[in-house]
Design a protein around this ligand. Structure first.
Ligand SMILES: [Zn+2]
Ligand SMILES: [Zn+2]
Length: 367
């Protein structure tokens, strides 16, 4: 099959036609990937700010159709349209039982690039290929645990649905699951890429009264206002902390969301949020990044700093809700996809993202 392979950190991806994929084993499905978005997490691996062994096939924001099911799979059948999630969960381990589905232990090892027995189901020119971000969806086909494939209605565009798999479930979940924003509250969102704009949309859906979007890119700020931001500022021109306080009677915002993944942003949001307010780390920082909190102030003013992986989502619960919001016209999914490219142009798609051009570039796998 055709797939984009990363052979060396820092190098361009190689689109190869001779990547091999095993048939699905028990509890797995083989999915024909129709579309896959390009996300900052992929770029973190390309740049080396997150570590991976090579060769690896990345890609984790995908939708397509089930082509084949492994033994024991009964809830999906060939032909079913699906969106994939990089956080499959078993529903039975300690973490799933507590409701922390993104922390499921059964599939935790997959994030490291292989199944527990060390196999990856993918090989290239005789050598095993690592699984990047669980799904390895920069490829015509992928084999995933059935728990990673969520059935979507027939007739829905897989090009649009793909963005649910990472950006939208992360941003919407950060607001509705992790932070639980309530009507009338105030929100500051730093970073207005696909995740940040999903946070803006979800904050509007939750009824937030003040939604401040922060991004140096003017096009993204305009998009944020279209999606429901009440204010949009360039951090090079306006002070984030002062703006948050000005718009909230001097208190500071109820919630701050870092949709980039940088300690300076988190530290700024700890100041921009009110006493008792909550800062949510949504973007994935580099492994080398360390956040500092002011000890006494943090305790005395009951500041809250919480992590958020993939919007604390339960994809089988949340994807249908996201699709209902989209169907009702309350969540704009179409507006998230601003560029379409064939898989051959994956390096150009990465350049789009690095240049903050558009919101999301989605790759088409079919020739
Ligand atoms: Zn992602
Ligand atoms: Zn579990």
């Amino acid at each position: 099959m055709r797939a984009a392979v990363l052979t060396e950190v820092g190098a361009d991806l190689v689109v190869a036609d001779d990547v091999e994929l095993e048939a699905p084993r028990a509890g797995e499905v083989l999915v024909d990937v129709h579309h896959c978005g390009v996300c900052h997490s992929d770029v973190h691996y390309l740049d080396g700010s997150l570590r991976t062994e090579v060769p690896v096939v990345l890609g984790h924001e995908a939708a397509g159709r089930v082509a084949e099911v492994g033994p024991g799979v009964t809830d999906l059948a060939p032909g079913d349209p699906v969106v994939l999630t990089m956080a499959p969960s078993c529903g039975r381990c300690y973490f799933c039982a507590q409701g922390d589905r993104t922390l499921c232990q059964r599939f935790a090892g997959l994030v490291g690039g292989a199944y527990p027995d060390g196999s990856t189901r993918i090989s290239w020119r005789g050598a095993p290929v690592r699984r990047g971000l669980v799904l390895s969806a920069f490829a015509e086909r992928t084999v995933v645990p059935v728990e990673a494939a969520v059935r979507i209605p027939d007739g829905l565009s897989t090009e649009i649905a793909a963005v649910i798999g990472c950006a939208v479930q992360t941003g919407v979940g950060a607001v509705l699951n992790t932070a639980r924003v309530r009507a009338g509250q105030s929100v500051v969102v730093v970073g207005l890429g696909a995740v940040g704009l999903s946070i803006v949309q979800a904050a509007r859906i939750a009824g937030a009264a003040v939604i401040v979007g922060v991004d140096p890119a003017a096009g993204r700020r305009e998009k944020a206002v279209e999606f429901g931001a009440t204010d949009a500022i360039d951090p090079g021109e306006a002070d984030v902390v002062a703006t948050a306080r000005d718009l909230t009677g001097g208190r500071g915002a109820d919630f701050g969301f870092d949709a980039v993944g940088k300690s300076q942003i988190v530290e700024t949001l700890l100041k921009a949020t009110r006493n008792g307010g909550t800062t949510v780390m949504v973007g994935m920082p580099s492994t080398k990044d360390t956040v500092s909190v002011r000890g006494l102030a943090h305790a005395f003013y009951e500041k809250k700093l919480i992590g958020c992986y993939l919007g604390s989502a339960d994809p089988h619960r949340d994807f249908p809700r996201i699709l209902e919001l989209a169907r009702a016209g309350r969540l704009d999914l179409d507006g998230m996809v601003t560029t379409r490219r064939p898989l051959e142009e994956i390096n150009e798609a990465v350049a789009d993202l690095r240049a903050a051009a558009g919101v999301r570039t989605v790759l088409t796998m079919a020739r």
